[in-house]
Design a protein around this ligand. Sequence first.
Ligand SMILES: *[C@@H]1O[C@H](CO)[C@@H](O)[C@H](O)[C@H]1NC(C)=O
Ligand SMILES: *[C@@H]1O[C@H](CO)[C@@H](O)[C@H](O)[C@H]1NC(C)=O
Ligand SMILES: *[C@@H]1O[C@H](CO)[C@@H](O)[C@H](O)[C@H]1NC(C)=O
Ligand SMILES: *[C@@H]1O[C@H](CO)[C@@H](O)[C@H](O)[C@H]1NC(C)=O
Ligand SMILES: [Zn+2]
Length: 433
Amino acid sequence: MPLPGGRPAALLPLCLLCLQAALPLRGHGGRYAGDKVIRVVPENARETQILRAAFNRLKVDLWQPSSPFHIIEGTVTDVRVPQNTSRSLLPYLQQANIQYTILISDLQKAIENQTGLRSYRNRRSLSGYNYEVYHSLEEIQSWMHHLNKTHSDLVHMFSVGKSYEGRPLFVLKLGKRSQLYKKAVWIDCGIHAREWIGPAFCQWFVKEALQTYQTDPVMRKMLTQLYFYIMPVFNVDGYHFSWTNDRFWRKTRSKNTRFRCYGVDANRNWKVKWCDEGASFHPCDDTYCGPFPESEPEVKAVAHFLRKHRKQIKAYLSFHAYAQMLLYPYSYKYATIPNFSCVESAAYNAVNALQSAYGIRYRYGPASSTLYVSSGSSMDWAYKNGIPYAFAFELRDTGHFGFLLPETLIKPTCTETMLAVKNITLHLLKKCH
Ligand SMILES: *[C@@H]1O[C@H](CO)[C@@H](O)[C@H](O)[C@H]1NC(C)=O
Ligand SMILES: *[C@@H]1O[C@H](CO)[C@@H](O)[C@H](O)[C@H]1NC(C)=O
Ligand SMILES: *[C@@H]1O[C@H](CO)[C@@H](O)[C@H](O)[C@H]1NC(C)=O
Ligand SMILES: *[C@@H]1O[C@H](CO)[C@@H](O)[C@H](O)[C@H]1NC(C)=O
Ligand SMILES: [Zn+2]
């Protein structure tokens, strides 16, 4: 069968077999020395098919989208190509007449650029904690303990369970204590380990709340009328691993003995159309859905907490990177949610509020049609379990730095995102019909 574009099908798969995957052992100079991040935008069905096949075979690290199934004609594909693989992949793409651009030419250098800068800088700012650097898990947890002690009027820290490797899953309950029933908002960050700007935002949110509560009437209203449950690092094992072993680790760290692969995608493991479209059954894939729904102790613990508090929790907000998008359900199918107009107008106002800070534009809409179809996501699960406002943020940027967003961009990214979150929260306090 001829492929669209008129080439005989036999030509390309022929070469596909010559493509070599990287050897697991790497030379000196760091794990990512010589690795590149390239961007391809497939222009037609032929190119889409070639890229899916090549990236599936090579098992390269897809940054955007997160799996080869999601490569879509006309949309951006960013992929980390190990040095050995790029020697055969780049000529292959040229031969197939597929245009690509190099986003990052040496990933190890890009990582060292960040960590190098960090070591010169004092991790604590003059006024105390430094919110403009990325923090390790240990630092984030001791920060939480510290706030639990020093701000016991507004902060209560507790654990919802334990991770696969036995770490506590800490959550901060933020808000003015009240005898009366209060609605609540759930915020989680760091479901995907390598998306470091997420946990940095969760910390920023708590900082802003505590610093402006006295002076900002909007924040005062938020903390008076609502509780916020904030989980700064959802995937604690993966986040720790991304600091100690592999900066681009995405999944949890549970072990699959049969395939000798680690981890499940904690955003494909929820019991909502579990392991359907946009998730993988293969334990070595980055979008592996797990052996069964809620197989991951982190997902199970949070699902249990949300189920228990579903009457109280009116909004579920989950923070990811990168794409600059504000997404709402459904993720697993192309369909309009029953509460479309309320949710849509909340998203519209939120992205406008966000843009008002630095002019950064976010796309917004149902996750399926705005990003891609994926099943078993926390956002769909929250919505299906009765939380009427469920959103997933994909924070900065759109691929220039990708997961290596520089620490100098933490402040602007978090400042503008705060405006969006405050806007959604106020929307929630109003009646919407
Ligand atoms: C190094 O980091 C700075 C800011 O942190 C950034 O402006 C610059 O582009 C980075 N260089 C590379 C090669 O990534
Ligand atoms: C937070 O502080 C309270 C006392 O104010 C304490 O009971 C609780 O155990 C602390 N939480 C954690 C996780 O240590
Ligand atoms: C929310 O965003 C809309 C649109 O930009 C704006 O009109 C409204 O004032 C914002 N509300 C708050 C509290 O920021
Ligand atoms: C729609 O939202 C309202 C609150 O704004 C809520 O009471 C209702 O249950 C929601 N319906 C659905 C189907 O989510
Ligand atoms: Zn993510």
